[in-house]
Design a binder for this molecule. Structure first.
Ligand SMILES: Cc1cc2nc3c(=O)[nH]c(=O)nc-3n(C[C@H](O)[C@H](O)[C@H](O)COP(=O)(O)OP(=O)(O)OC[C@H]3O[C@@H](n4cnc5c(N)ncnc54)[C@H](O)[C@@H]3O)c2cc1C
Length: 388
């Protein structure tokens, strides 16, 4: 048996039951109904929409209610074997095996859909271990339990996830304070004028902002948390949520000798440096880009599936605007590429704002649309250059 045939007879093993893992499997099944597929995951193997984690509190959705399909139904629908609640502890790229807490598995092709961890800053104080992050359903269930019957929530990080939680929590009648080192909300995505518009709407909804500072320490005093900021002020809160960014999960790849940068390094066929090992989703870095969003995963899965079946296919990224789920001021952003040269042009419209990032010769390189201007999304996206 040559290596190619041996690889396909062993089937495809996917690690991770997030959007990346499951979208690749769906794309594979569109092309090949027969090839054996095994999904190994730390989670039970259910499917849920992760973006709903930051919009489900106001509607009092429980973690169970966010599960759209249980593991058993996923296995039947997709004709796959699911090894759930199983931790992958090592990959042997020579022997083409993965070691899991439930035994070893051989693979013909291996896909790493490992996701990313929320970054946790080292904070001082006796309640530093009470800092909460929400990155999966279990975290969400725990967060709901912690804030039940409480009133005041402090959020570290005014990025996409921090702003979405802030909006969701004020809608759920919580008092919310948001702290960020940057001078504005969504510092990496929005020009100042657009950020100010979002901040004003969220302020009107009850959010209080603490910009250009960070948290120094967090201490418990009875029922309350005392949060000391670097600028000397103090906040009293019942719970503390951290949303300061994501770090791709690299440990497994690194211990297996697979090349990593910010993410697990892959080429445009989603191949890692190890033969027959691929990576996709929040853990992967494609040509220097780590894009931890839904649309890039959809694009990558469409390219990865044929590659896994031996049909060489190159990944392309068109412009992929991201929706910021802040009902106080719905916002859609397509930030200019890193290093793009141009200027933001801001246009206030009735009930909204349109910000265009244009080159000196008038080419559209990015945008932010807010409120009524979000209707321009389709028209403006067509004018943007592809990302890859
Ligand atoms: C609160 C929130 C809101 C968001 N909102 C949006 C949005 O509005 N729009 C948007 O485009 N994007 C949004 N995102 C980002 C988007 O949800 C992610 O890009 C996407 O879900 C990542 O999918 P993934 O499969 O790569 O990773 P994950 O969903 O993290 O899945 C990783 C999987 O790998 C498993 N795993 C990891 N290590 C191991 C191991 N060693 N052994 C076994 N299994 C392992 C995990 O258990 C998990 O099943 C949001 C993210 C969050 C957290």
């Amino acid at each position: 048996m040559d290596h190619q045939n041996q690889s396909s007879s062993l089937g495809i093993v996917i690690i991770g039951s997030g959007l990346a893992g499951y979208t690749v499997i769906r794309e594979l099944r569109k092309i090949d109904k027969e090839i054996p597929i095994t999904l190994v995951t730390r989670e039970p193997g259910y499917f849920y929409s992760k973006p709903m984690l930051s919009t489900a509190l106001a509607s009092s959705k429980s973690a169970e209610q966010l599960v759209s399909t249980n593991a058993e139904s996923m296995a039947t629908q997709l004709d796959i074997t699911i090894l759930g609640d199983a931790d992958v502890t090592a990959i042997d790229t020579g022997a083409q095996t993965v070691a899991t807490s439930k035994g070893n598995i051989s693979y013909g092709k291996l896909v790493l859909g490992l996701g990313a961890d929320q970054i946790r800053l080292a904070l001082e104080g006796n309640a530093a271990n009470e800092v909460i992050t929400v990155n999966d359903l279990e975290d969400y269930a725990q967060f709901r339990k912690t804030i039940e019957g409480k009133k005041r929530i402090a959020i570290l990080g005014a990025g996409l996830i921090g702003c979405e939680f802030a909006n969701d929590l004020v809608l759920g009648s919580y008092e919310v304070e948001v702290i960020d080192l940057a001078p504005q909300a969504l510092g990496r995505l929005l020009p100042e004028a657009a950020a100010q518009a979002l901040q004003a709407k969220l302020s009107a909804a009850g959010v209080r902002w603490h910009f250009a500072t960070t948290v120094q320490s967090i201490d418990r005093n009875g029922d309350s948390l005392s949060i000391t900021l670097a600028n000397g002020s103090a906040i009293h809160s019942d719970a503390f949520l951290s949303a300061v960014g994501l770090r791709p999960r690299l440990d497994l790849a690194q211990s297996a000798g697979i090349a990593t940068g910010v993410g697990i390094t892959v080429n445009r066929q989603l191949e890692t440096s190890a033969k027959n090992v691929y990576a996709i989703g929040d853990c992967a870095e494609v040509e220097g880009l780590v894009l931890p969003y839904v649309m890039p995963i959809m694009q990558a899965a469409r390219a990865l599936a044929p590659n896994l079946l031996g049909q060489a296919t190159v990944l392309n990224y068109p412009a992929m605007p991201v929706m910021v789920k802040t009902p106080a001021l719905p916002t859609i952003v397509s930030p200019p590429a890193k290093g793009a040269v141009g200027d933001w042009k801001i246009n206030s419209v009735e009930g909204g704002l349109e910000a265009r990032f244009e080159s000196s010769d008038g080419k559209l390189l990015g945008f932010a649309l807010m409120g009524t201007a979000t209707a321009q999304r389709g028209a403006l996206t067509k004018d943007l250059p592809p990302i890859l």
